[in-house]
Design a protein around this ligand. Structure first.
Ligand code: GTP
Ligand code: NA
Ligand code: MG
Length: 462
């Protein structure tokens, strides 16, 4: 470390886009792990984060460094996978402009879909710059997709004129024209002259690895440029972050996996965490760093303690009294004298986050605050009324409450459970009562099933 050179904060890169357009696969390809194969229904429900060190980016993109004359001084990038826009929004609520730059993933064969447009609207709202990864290039008929830079492979396609034509047509019709319609200039990155005016489109294939070097170097270069303008050069103040997951670790007990989006944390500091019932304060025992390039939520991760961590980063926090911590909660890591002001900040954030409830309606439960909010958002879009919304397992009390709601209105006799357990006494109670339970690990499925049930009830009551 050279004291004269200020450290650039590691930029946060969020990956957004329509379901199944290949966000997680792209990250997988970069990480060379295989997260997609472990997900329920192949749909990303939680937010994962991976750190990609600058050394890796330079190595993968070495053939392009000269062409782009990129002088990269950022320590790396922190990439956040999103399941669609909902969880992303709730993270943003707490983290402010969490993403410095985004990758919008669009299947070049399918083009723009509802969530593609929603993602762009979020990015517009937050004034977050973005590039477009036009994915699944390998599916263009006749295209000879190979692992490596797109710009070199593109020249090879001249032997396949039909593939080139199909590529240009799909690129224009499915990616560039819809962007133009939304008011954006866009072109393939190699043809872009002014990156402040034109969106860079990077054709890629998560399957073959084509275009990954181009994507990495463009994103690192742009992130650095925007970061220099936006934040200046150094990171200051205490650490602000979000709880991703609570995990039992051998020898450590309950630990927290968190994303720190701003500031600095030191071992021996205090941790202040939001909770629906108040604020939890504890003393940090250890700040543990996952090994670079590993998925943070991978149980096989090996961790090493750090004296200090600097945003943006993922970190595992070991501290006593974490039993009541809920995933999705806002957190601060502060010195003793800063505890009170951190508490005030956290209380404010929780108030902003709370789900507004209706006088009558159904019960919804989920495993994390983020997923609870996402579920509520999806149900609200369909005008579903919610009487009670909680993080946690389904218990007997929930069923008794739903039974009483159903007495005044049969449509309210429902419990929607996202990715959470149903306790045995609750199961027994459901058997005895007229309560409908919806359980799934996929939000869209829950909403659909609930709507079908309403339709069936309406038919039956006719
Ligand atoms: P959500 O998290 O559910 O929003 O989806 P996602 O965007 O993360 O998509 P995911 O990575 O789960 O990929 C969806 C499917 O597309 C999987 O079956 C992948 O194998 C496939 N896929 C992803 N990228 C490519 C690609 O470049 N080429 C081909 N042929 N298939 C791909
Ligand atoms: Na998927
Ligand atoms: Mg995914």
């Amino acid at each position: 470390y050279n004291g004269d050179i200020m450290a650039l904060r590691c930029p946060i890169v969020s990956v957004l886009g329509h379901v199944d357009h290949g966000k997680t696969s792209l990250l997988d390809r970069i990480r060379t792990t295989r997260v997609t194969t472990r997900e329920a229904g192949g749909i990303t429900q939680h937010i994962g984060a991976s750190e990609i060190p600058i050394g890796t980016i330079k190595k993968v993109s070495k053939d392009l460094l000269n062409i782009f004359k990129a002088d990269l001084s950022i320590p790396g990038i922190l990439v956040i996978d999103t399941p669609g826009h909902e969880a992303f929004t709730s993270l943003r609520k707490r983290g402010g402009a969490l993403a410095d730059i985004a990758i919008l993933v669009v299947d070049i064969n399918e083009g723009f879909k509802p969530q593609t447009i929603e993602a762009i609207n979020i990015l517009k709202q937050c004034k977050t710059p973005f590039v477009v990864a036009a994915n699944k290039l390998d599916k263009i008929s006749g295209w000879n997709s190979i692992n490596g830079p797109f710009i070199t492979n593109f020249n090879e396609q001249k032997q396949h004129p039909n593939a080139l034509t199909e590529f240009e047509i799909k690129l224009y019709e499915n990616v560039i024209a819809p962007l133009n319609e939304l008011g954006f200039e866009a072109d393939v990155f190699s043809r872009v002259k002014d990156t402040t005016k034109t969106i860079n489109v990077i054709p890629v294939s998560a399957m073959t690895g084509e275009g990954i070097p181009d994507l990495l170097i463009i994103i690192a270069g742009l992130a650095q440029k925007f970061l220099e303008q936006k934040l200046g050069l150094n990171v200051e103040g205490y650490a602000k972050g979000t709880v991703l997951e609570i995990k039992e670790e051998k020898g450590l007990g309950k630990t927290i996996d968190a994303i720190i989006y701003d500031g600095i944390a030191k071992a021996g500091d205090y941790i202040v965490i939001g909770n629906p019932d108040g604020v939890i304060t504890s003393k940090v025992k250890a700040l543990l760093k996952p090994k670079a390039l590993d998925e943070m939520m991978d149980p096989r991760d090996k961790f090493k303690p750090s004296k200090q961590i600097v945003a943006a980063t993922g970190v595992k926090i070991s501290a006593p009294d974490l039993d009541m911590v809920i995933a999705g909660s806002p957190l601060r890591i502060v010195s003793k004298s800063e505890i009170e002001s951190a508490k005030e900040e956290i209380v404010q954030e929780i108030e902003d986050f709370e789900i507004t409830l209706d006088d009558e309606g159904i019960i919804i439960k989920a495993d994390t605050m983020g997923s609870l909010e996402a579920l509520a958002t999806e149900l609200r879009k369909k005008n579903v009324k919610i009487k009670k919304a909680e993080v946690g397992e389904i218990n007997k009390k929930d069923v008794i409450e739903a039974t009483s709601y159903a007495m005044s209105n049969p449509y309210n006799g429902a419990i929607i459970a996202f990715n959470t357990k149903v306790l045995n006494d609750a199961k027994v109670e459901i058997e005895k009562n007229d309560v409908k339970l919806f359980e799934d690990k996929i939000i869209y499925k829950l909403v659909e099933d609930y709507e079908d049930w309403i339709k069936e009830m309406e038919e039956a009551l006719k």
